[in-house]
Design a protein around this ligand. Structure first.
Ligand SMILES: O=C(O)[C@@H](CO)OP(=O)(O)O
Length: 337
């Protein structure tokens, strides 16, 4: 019970009011929450992590005073990374789908299989870095998969500020202790990189490793399109976009939005479908609209977070290419910026 009271207090300090604890099952405590905007949500506390269970994701906005995640990044217990606070009512959010992977090249369903970039993917990541080289980046989030991490790191080699992206290792106390940095000056020249499995590509189930064209020939184009692009139809034993959103958007709301509220500029390097689910949330797309949302590999997308709203700014233009970053038949506005 003491632990529950502690977590209740912790949730309140994060801008949520708990009006009641609904249940405590299998070590998971379920609370009914009311945010400061008086919207309702249910949160589940699993081993110290809060997971939103609301499906529409149109809910909790924490107040500007929320600093929990911010402190987490700057605390020595998180690898000794130092992030100075800046007062701002505006922040940049950059989303990048990883560059071409070796299985994109072979047209194989990839999902959570950890495949590296091709040479073309490496070049795309570098080109993405050129496009965003003038936007200061305070913190980077990537999935746990190498293609997203390679993309983030390669993009940062092009950045004008020449700060060093450093992956935080919080998997154990020893990992934290052994990756500490003992120079404040060096800290200032670093950008913390947080890796999170919640940002991974949707798990493609029994399609992982299959050729996309051969699968369409076998099961029919329509069926495969439904598996690939529908909101709520999962591939066999895999995750639907809705299921992917339940972890990716919950992570975004819990960990990334508070950084933006603090005025931090954030870059996220992730995947076609984990980013589709996040864009669905940012742009308030319906489950019909998201069907035709496609993301290109290695093209950065910029949003401005202002007054707790996300304003889509398209892709920063590269020297030799039109600013197309994504396309959708329904949302033509995505086509050219
Ligand atoms: O294979 C995958 O993991 C994804 C992304 O490459 O494919 P899809 O185009 O079906 O989203």
């Amino acid at each position: 019970m003491a632990a529950t009271a502690f977590h209740q207090a912790s949730l309140q300090s994060r801008g949520y009011f708990c009006d009641s604890r609904l249940s405590l099952e299998n070590g998971n405590a379920t609370f009914r929450l009311i945010s400061k905007g008086f919207k309702l949500d249910i949160a589940v506390l699993r081993r110290g992590n809060y997971c939103s269970r609301k499906r529409s994701f149109s809910v909790i906005k924490a107040s500007n005073s929320q600093t929990t995640v911010f402190d987490q990044v700057s605390s020595p217990s998180n690898g000794g990374m130092s992030v100075s606070r800046k007062k701002s009512n505006e922040a940049a959010l950059i989303l990048i789908r990883h560059g071409e992977s070796m299985w994109n090249e072979k047209n194989l369903f990839t999902g959570c299989v950890d495949v590296p970039l091709t040479k073309k993917g490496v070049e795309e990541a570098i080109e993405a870095g050129k496009r965003i080289s003038n936007i200061p980046v305070d913190v980077i989030y990537t999935s746990a998969l190498i293609r997203a991490q390679m993309t983030a790191m390669l993009a940062m080699t092009e950045h004008r500020r020449k700060k060093v992206p450093i992956i935080l290792h919080n998997e154990s106390e020893q990992a934290k202790a052994w990756s500490q940095i003992f120079s404040e000056d060096t800290h200032k020249q670093c950008i913390p990189v947080v890796t999170a499995w919640q940002l991974n590509e949707r798990m493609y189930g029994e399609l992982q490793g299959l050729n996309k064209q051969e699968t369409a020939d076998r099961y029919g184009k329509e069926q495969v399109h439904e598996w690939r692009r529908s909101y709520d139809t999962p591939p066999p034993n895999g995750e639907s976009l809705e299921m992917c959103a339940e972890r990716a958007v919950a992570y975004f709301m819990e960990h990334i939005e508070p950084q933006l509220l603090c005025g931090k500029n954030v870059m996220i390097a992730a995947h076609g479908n984990s980013l589709r689910s996040i864009i669905m949330y940012l742009d308030k797309l319906t489950s019909q609209e998201v069907i035709s949302l496609e993301l290109s590999t290695g093209i950065p997308m910029l949003y401005i977070f202002k007054d707790e709203r996300f304003i889509r700014r398209g892709s920063p233009v590269a020297p030799n290419e039109a600013g197309v970053y994504a396309y959708t038949k329904v949302c033509g506005v995505f086509r050219v910026m």
